[in-house]
Design a protein around this ligand. Structure first.
Ligand code: TYD
Ligand code: MG
Length: 457
């Protein structure tokens, strides 16, 4: 077994030590020492793959051939969309998410679909046995001949298999279970995770294999291991969703080959993940009718407009300190809008508890949803229902003004497609744009005006 010389380096101040220490003598921080490889032992046991890579040469930018960046379509439209239009050859992608959210399922389905198109895929699993994976694959109907399953955690052995199989795609599930022999630290430790990623990065780049690494997310939402991992890879995707809801959202938080705004939506079914091509329909499917506190907004998720319901419940507070809760929205934003309503609209919210929820567990972080939040709160407070065929778009400023938003046409068109008959938009957005004739588009300048239109004041 190859033996590496390693050292422990403080991730904060760079202090080096031959052995692990809980507290860094350099900066006094705790738990910052991580193991790093110093040098490789001898040329014989050195990785042959790594030696294959040639030294880089400087090219004129006009002469660089970009055909190498050609993408392979995975067959899963939503997956390709998040990657920026398909899988790039030789790219290293990290897929993060809570345990049990469906990362292995997603990657097995994508692997199968890629393999079915004639590409060789090697799926390395450190978490499940080949049998377990086969059982899952049976259920998902993912039984392509070009899909190879390797239950292995030793990366050096994985390297041997890569040479044997010479796959076009490599999946490593998960980075926390694989290890490089010779390092003292345990699999999943900061040092191992980083060294393993560096190892896979070199394989991906030198052999031009598109590589997907699965990473578990810690409670705080960071991928376990150093944040540095996110800098090493070409793209970081998060697979998220509420455990009790069936749909899942794939989101890019970093992408060297595409936009980070795109999301892919899936639904977890008996037989694996199904793609959701019309998310608005899904998000609005459980909308209640005839009740106050429900309001529909049009939010842009990447290049796609999505209609989502916002619910608010405003009730008299029984304690001195009123409760404020927001799910799926930034609660600071909700507090700010409540303050605007209080000051500009004269709604007496100080003595009220307020709960605001994005139905279905989606997360919205766009200012264009402000007007919807304001209306949902107002509707609940006034106990007046908002017309179920109304949709709201607009950012709310501190003086109660409604500010213009981007891509108004797409949002309005989506509302029209889903049968909404009236959209309330910022007046500013109406300048220089002819709204479609089939839907009533009402421009408002202030929150007061929007309240007047939708709630009668
Ligand atoms: P999994 O892909 O193992 O999650 P991860 O790799 O992120 O830990 O997904 C596990 C969950 O998905 C499990 O709770 C069962 C559910 N599931 C289905 O509902 N249908 C299916 O067809 C499959 C394969 C899994
Ligand atoms: Mg898994």
């Amino acid at each position: 077994m190859a033996k590496y010389k390693s050292k422990f380096v403080c991730q904060d101040c760079g202090y080096e030590s031959p052995k692990w220490m809980g507290k860094c003598p350099g900066c006094g921080q705790w738990n910052t020492m991580a193991e790093e490889v110093v040098s490789k032992p001898s040329p014989q046991v050195n990785s042959q793959i790594l030696q294959q890579s040639e030294p880089a040469i400087a090219h004129k930018i006009t002469e660089i051939d970009t055909v190498a960046e050609a993408r392979t379509h995975s067959g899963l439209v939503e997956f390709d969309r998040v990657l920026g239009g398909g899988v790039v050859k030789g790219s290293l992608v990290l897929v993060g998410g809570d345990p049990g959210i469906g990362k292995s399922t997603l990657l097995l389905q994508a692997s199968n679909s890629i393999a079915a198109m004639g590409n060789k895929v090697l799926y390395v699993s450190g978490e499940e046995s080949a049998k377990q994976i086969k059982l899952r694959a049976d259920r998902l109907d993912a039984l392509s001949d070009n899909l190879y399953i390797l239950p292995e955690t030793d990366l050096e052995r994985v390297e041997q298999h890569i040479k044997q199989v010479s796959p076009d795609f490599l999946i490593v599930d998960s980075i926390q279970t694989v290890y490089r022999p010779g390092l003292q630290s345990a699999p999943g430790s900061v040092g191992q995770v980083r060294e393993c990623t560096a190892f896979l990065l070199r394989i991906a780049k030198s052999l031009d294999i598109a590589t997907f690494i699965v990473g578990h997310v810690t409670k705080e939402g960071a991928i376990a291991g150093p944040r540095m991992l996110e800098h090493m890879v070409d793209a970081v995707l998060y697979f998220e969703g509420e455990r009790h809801h069936t749909y899942r959202i794939l989101r890019a938080v970093k992408n060297r080959f595409g936009s980070t705004n795109e999301i892919g939506i899936f639904e977890m079914r008996e037989k694996g993940l199904a793609e959701v091509h019309n998310p608005s329909e899904l998000f609005l499917s459980e909308r209640p009718h005839g009740v106050a506190g429900s309001c529909v907004i049009a939010s842009m998720e990447g290049t796609r407009p999505v209609l989502v319901e916002i619910q608010a419940l405003v009730t008299p507070s029984s304690y001195g300190n009123p409760r404020r809760m927001a799910t799926g929205l930034d609660h600071h934003r909700v507090s700010l809008i409540m303050a605007v309503l209080e000051k500009r609209m004269g709604l007496y919210l100080q003595s009220q508890d307020a709960y605001v929820n994005v139905a279905g567990g989606v997360r919205l972080d766009e200012p264009a949803v402000d007007l919807g939040i304001a209306l949902a709160l107002g509707s609940s407070f006034r106990e007046r229902e908002i017309q179920p065929t109304d949709c709201f778009i607009g950012e709310v400023g501190l003086t109660g003004e409604v500010r213009g938003v981007s891509r108004i046409e797409q949002r309005v068109r989506e509302a029209m497609k889903l049968g909404f008959t009236r959209v309330i938009v910022p007046t500013k957005n109406l300048r220089g744009w002819q709204p479609p004739a089939d839907i009533q588009v009402i421009g408002v300048e202030t929150v007061q005006e929007a309240f007047q239109v939708a709630l009668g004041g």
